[in-house]
Design a protein around this ligand. Sequence first.
Ligand SMILES: [Zn+2]
Length: 115
Amino acid sequence: MSQTWDCRDTLAQQARDAMTTKHTPGPWSVSHDSVVYSGASLVADAAGGNQRTPETAKANANLIAAAPELLAAAIEARNHLRTTHAWLDSVYHPNCMQCSILTHLSNAINKAEGE
Ligand SMILES: [Zn+2]
């Protein structure tokens, strides 16, 4: 069975993904070195914990602030690989880089989505 790739499929999937998102919508930004906001709403304060240096707190805040974009990119890449590679024949190919990437993306997305 062959399947052709259509960018409209990916866009439709992205729209469905956006509608089911539970987290605060992005973009998120960092203020006061370690506080992450979505607009005016607080998302996280990475300065908690008494063993973190200010540099680590800022790095953690930057990573948290990038999460919505990273998740969207991971979902887009996973959906692309599902459409163009592994899901074409529903087989995991041993020693296949694309299957490995697809597995890592899926695991990271599931973690981000609490699954
Ligand atoms: Zn493969």
